[in-house]
Design a protein around this ligand. Structure first.
Ligand code: 3PY
Length: 249
């Protein structure tokens, strides 16, 4: 059976001092109660070296929040997949809704980023999800299927190597959460779309994200097609993050 994955997304938060306190608390908690799931934290790029050093030899994996679509060269401000790899980055988020919304990232760009990550031996966590407007217009299924279709045929790579995170945009940073049934409904759609593309669909981890917290994690993670969580605000508080990890059995 595949292990669930709990990935924290710190977004643009933290400092050298606060990261150290947070990571020590999370690592201590994980040592006291070894998780049944895989665990990762996606830190801002300048802190990857720190996270790599503090988590070395532990079961806490290093993740990044974005990767360049380019391999190398004159792309000021960008960070390549090869650079991430040097800091032991195991996972990278691609297509988080904040990037789609504020940086106008398209499905095609997200697919190229996923491809770059895979080529460097990093697992992309492909984020997708509908806005409130799209949900209200009955477009949820069409939107998530379009977003998933963009990454389903990545040249030369098997789709089963990616992780997918369903994050309804209306539930991100708003405190609103999809009910376990609403989330499961979309996850089932994604799973069947994956099943049409690969016999390994059952192996692909489908995470739920969007205000998952210590109080709602267990119910969400109990759904048959929810294989983990992408955790925003709650990943910045060690007790909450640890409780979510403990809910992922
Ligand atoms: C949230 O829960 O707000 C997230 O965006 C997690 O990535």
């Amino acid at each position: 059976m595949k292990k669930k994955l709990i990935a924290g997304n710190w977004k643009m938060n933290g400092s050298l001092a606060s990261n150290e306190v947070l990571l020590h608390a999370v690592l201590d908690g994980m040592a006291q109660r070894p998780p049944a799931c895989d665990v990762a934290v996606a830190a801002p790029a300048p802190y990857l070296a720190q996270v790599q050093a503090l988590t070395a030899g532990s079961p806490l994996a290093v993740a990044a929040q974005d990767v360049s679509a380019h391999e190398a060269g004159a792309y000021t401000g960008e960070v390549s997949a090869a650079m991430l790899k040097e800091f032991s980055v195991r996972y990278v988020l691609v297509g988080h809704s904040e990037r789609r919304q504020y940086h106008h990232e398209t499905d095609a760009l997200v697919a190229i980023k996923a491809q770059r990550a895979l080529a460097a031996g990093i697992t992309p966590i492909v984020c997708l999800g509908e806005t409130m407007q799209e949900r209200e217009a009955g477009l949820t299924e069409a939107v998530v299927k379009r977003q998933l279709a963009a990454v389903i045929h990545l040249n030369g790579h098997c789709i089963s190597e990616i992780v997918v995170a369903y994050e309804p945009v209306w539930a991100i940073g708003t405190g609103l959460t999809a009910t376990p049934e609403q989330a499961q409904e979309v996850h089932a759609v994604l799973r069947s779309q994956l099943a049409a593309a690969t016999e390994h669909a059952g192996r692909i981890r489908l995470l739920y994200g969007g205000s998952m917290n210590a109080a709602n994690a267990a119910a969400l993670l109990a759904q048959p097609d929810i294989d983990g969580g992408l955790i925003g605000g709650a990943s910045l508080k060690a007790p909450d993050f640890l409780q979510i990890i403990a809910s992922a059995k």
